[in-house]
Design a protein around this ligand. Structure first.
Ligand code: FE
Ligand code: FE
Ligand code: FE
Length: 167
């Protein structure tokens, strides 16, 4: 597995490759979130993950739409980054016995996922515009905003947990 595939020659190739990468990532996130919902203790964190699972399912469909708008069949290519983040989450979460600390670990792991997605969707939306695909950019931007909102929500949950502990 090369870091940069020889098949990527143009910005359009890079756009399609990255769509496939994030399509894979969303599908892995869709599989990982139910386990995180199960492990989360705080009601707000659990609810946050549940809401984002619903959003993630819509994001997968939105990506399929972008593929089709761009004349491509939806296809996934392995994203080693998301596999690594999920593996690391499972390793860390598996070792934490204290529920409050486990929640902190899950929250931080979820933020690492959101940050990866924000980076990817930000690039994809910019490339779509550069390629003259404002229609694709609009859909990608919609997902980008959901990922950003989720990140903000997770930051707030983490801060409330710290404040609650300090009280
Ligand atoms: Fe997502
Ligand atoms: Fe990736
Ligand atoms: Fe997300």
């Amino acid at each position: 597995m090369a870091l940069f595939s020889k098949d990527i020659k143009t910005l359009d190739d890079l756009f399609v490759h990255t769509l496939r990468d994030v399509y894979y990532a969303e599908k892995q996130i869709e599989k990982a979130l139910p386990k995180m919902i199960e492990k989360a203790g705080a009601a707000e964190l659990k609810q946050g993950f549940e809401t984002h699972l619903q959003e993630t399912r819509q994001q997968v469909e939105r990506l399929e739409k972008v593929f089709e708008m761009h004349g491509e069949h939806p296809k996934a290519v392995t994203c080693p980054a998301i596999d690594g983040i999920i593996k690391e989450t499972e390793e860390v979460a598996g070792d934490v016995a204290d529920q409050d600390v486990l929640d902190a670990a899950l929250n931080a792991a979820a933020q690492a996922v959101e940050h990866y997605e924000i980076g990817r969707y930000g690039a994809l939306a910019a490339w779509a515009r550069e390629l003259g695909r404002d229609d694709c950019a609009a859909l990608l931007h919609q997902t980008l905003e959901e990922e950003r909102a989720t990140d903000v929500k997770l930051t707030r949950i983490a801060e409330e947990r710290i404040n609650r502990k300090a009280a």
